[in-house]
Design a binder for this molecule. Structure first.
Ligand code: HPA
Length: 246
């Protein structure tokens, strides 16, 4: 059975609103357990799968998420396109809190994460092309859907993937800016690379929760502000997905 879309929800998106005829599937995978049950259901008459990346109670830190198991489970259930929803900090001037963006590049600063399926003895090593880290088809579809839904989304930007779970120092963000990053988040990698290894059309919908360290005029980044901004940005996600599937 194929699914029309799978969505991996990030911070602030633990359930997909409006899913009907819901069935929860708890899968084991050769890579261990996914972050939780995959929720299968119908949305606007289409088949959609949803998985909360950090677990439904947000108990998994970014470096502890089993990205391989998550993507493998979704692929196994028939997902051929996956939209990762990721909370991020904004670096570039137009990536302001509550903005939504569909990045087109990545720089990976994470470390110690298992970042490939070619990581087992006896398994043939695959060197995927990753020049364009996101799927062109799904990126274009998401941007077109956002336009139809009347939701403003920034087209493009470079996602800097940091290790977390702490937020970055000002110096780290200044370096990311010099490197060309426009957004910073903790979960974009290895998710995108693993999706490519599985042949999944994968795109990221980034929700800007805060100005990254040193980018706004605040001395410190407050969690209340992050959650308020994320709640506002998250409310736009089902509108985009409804247009995407409509
Ligand atoms: N940095 C990294 N990840 C994030 C941020 C941030 O400022 N905000 C939300 N996710």
């Amino acid at each position: 059975m194929t699914l029309d879309l799978a969505v991996i929800g990030g911070t602030g998106l633990y359930q997909f609103p409006g899913l009907e005829d819901v069935e929860r599937r708890t899968l084991d995978t050769p890579y261990g357990a996914p972050s939780g049950a995959v929720v299968l259901g119908r949305f606007r008459g289409r088949r959609l799968a949803f998985l909360a990346r950090h677990g439904e109670d947000h108990t998994l830190a970014p470096h502890r998420v089993n990205y391989r198991a998550n993507l493998w489970a979704l692929h196994r259930l028939g997902a051929r396109r996956v939209l990762g929803v990721n909370a991020v900090g904004g670096i570039r001037a137009d990536m302001k809190p509550r903005a939504l963006a569909v990045p087109d590049q990545i720089i990976d600063y994470t470390h110690g994460r298992i970042s490939s399926y070619s990581d087992m003895e006896g398994v043939k090593v695959e060197h995927i092309d990753f020049s364009e880290p996101y799927g062109a088809a799904l990126r274009a579809d998401v941007l077109a859907a956002a336009r139809r839904a009347g939701v403003a989304v920034v087209d493009g930007g470079c996602y800097g993937a940091t290790q977390g779970p702490r937020l970055e120092t000002r110096a780290e963000i200044a370096r990311l800016r010099r490197d060309g990053c426009d957004l910073v988040g903790m979960t974009g990698m290895p998710e995108a690379a693993l999706a490519r290894e599985l042949g999944i059309d994968y795109a990221c919908l980034a929700l800007v929760a805060n100005w990254a360290a040193g980018c706004g005029d605040q001395a410190e980044i407050s969690l209340e502000e992050i959650f308020a901004n994320l709640a506002a940005a998250t409310a736009e996600v089902p509108k985009i997905i409804a247009a995407l599937l409509g």
